[in-house]
Design a binder for this molecule. Structure first.
Ligand SMILES: Cc1cc2nc3c(=O)[nH]c(=O)nc-3n(C[C@H](O)[C@H](O)[C@H](O)COP(=O)(O)OP(=O)(O)OC[C@H]3O[C@@H](n4cnc5c(N)ncnc54)[C@H](O)[C@@H]3O)c2cc1C
Length: 282
């Protein structure tokens, strides 16, 4: 039985009942038809998922649909394609819109599902349309205007199925790569790259631009606080890291609880999780 820790950037998670890969839209559709109405989960790069120590009582489908059209202002890409690579290829080709993606270890599908963002850009900004298979394996094309996006939210979070491809519209900008290199440099200096994590654990408090979650955690004196194998990063307090690969989901949950309590006691702000917690069953 394969462990979910093998497919998570956090290196945490127990066994899945079964794991399958979909390399094409047809394969994804067949898998969804086969498993319906039983429990399933579509995963990209596992860079935002806290999997349970118990594992997952269903089928985990790894999205490996990774085709890409030629790099032009309008570009269509499989949802399993690397979001980081999409960002760097488009910026190198002199297009602006996805520079921020170069530092995010996501799939394109996961980037859209979470409306991933950084440096004033987010996935939805340049999105034109998304091809989506519902849980019965039926294909739909959604235009961006048919969907809702906001801070780390997309309509897909309320739908069951798989994002299989997306089309983005980009604009020419000879300075795109230069801008991107600055973004990458800043991230490498300020984030714990190379340490197992799932990125920022908490949302930045809405409407409170003066208090980032990282600053609130830092001010509450929580940098480097650890429980079991899970530790608040010294480099960026909104990252929980698993430096030795020994942390459990329970360690992370316990650390999250302490952070929320201490930040509330210190600043009167209740932090909310940004990460996806994947329960054994629901
Ligand atoms: C070092 C590091 C830096 C990060 N920096 C950022 C950042 O700057 N900005 C930011 O927003 N995030 C950041 N993240 C978090 C993470 O990369 C994003 O949330 C990303 O969008 C997740 O993509 P994924 O493919 O890994 O999704 P996964 O973790 O695999 O899945 C996340 C959710 O999306 C769903 N999902 C994934 N693919 C599909 C699909 N094809 N169809 C339907 N549902 C799907 C899953 O079921 C799950 O609920 C960072 C993470 C790390 C580890």
């Amino acid at each position: 039985m394969r462990l979910l820790k093998e497919i998570s950037t956090f290196k945490i998670g127990g066994p899945a009942l079964s794991i399958a890969e979909a390399k094409t839209v047809a394969e994804m559709s067949s898998l969804l038809k086969e498993v319906y109405p039983r429990r399933m989960l579509v995963i990209g790069k596992g860079s935002n998922c806290l999997f349970s120590d118990q594992g997952f009582n269903g089928l985990v489908i790894l999205n490996k649909i990774d085709f890409i059209s030629s790099i032009k202002p309008i570009i269509t890409v499989g949802a399993g394609f690397s979001f980081a690579l999409l960002g760097s290829r488009t910026a190198r080709a002199g297009f602006t819109g996805l520079e921020f993606a170069a530092g995010i270890p996501a799939s394109v599908g996961g980037g859209i599902f979470m409306n991933a963002g950084a440096n004033g850009q987010e996935a939805a900004d340049t999105l034109i349309s998304v091809d989506f298979l519902n849980e019965k394996g039926e294909l739909f094309t959604f235009l961006k205007k048919d969907l809702d996006f906001s801070y780390r939210y997309s309509s897909f979070q309320g739908m069951k199925g798989a994002i299989v491809s997306a089309t983005f519209g980009l604009t020419k900008d000879p300075l795109a790569r230069e801008k991107q290199l600055k973004i990458i440099d800043y991230r490498q200096r300020t984030q714990p790259y190379g340490e197992p994590s799932i990125g920022c654990v908490f949302r930045n408090p809405i409407g409170d631009c003066c208090h980032s979650a990282a600053a609130l955690i830092d001010q509450a004196g929580l940098k480097e606080v650890a429980i079991g194998g899970a530790k608040v990063s010294e480099k960026h307090a909104n990252f929980i890291i698993n430096p030795k690969g020994l942390a459990t989901a329970s360690d992370v949950e316990a650390l999250i609880k302490i952070i929320k309590e201490k930040v509330f006691a210190h600043a009167g702000i209740l932090l909310e999780e940004e990460i996806r917690k994947i329960a054994f069953e629901s």
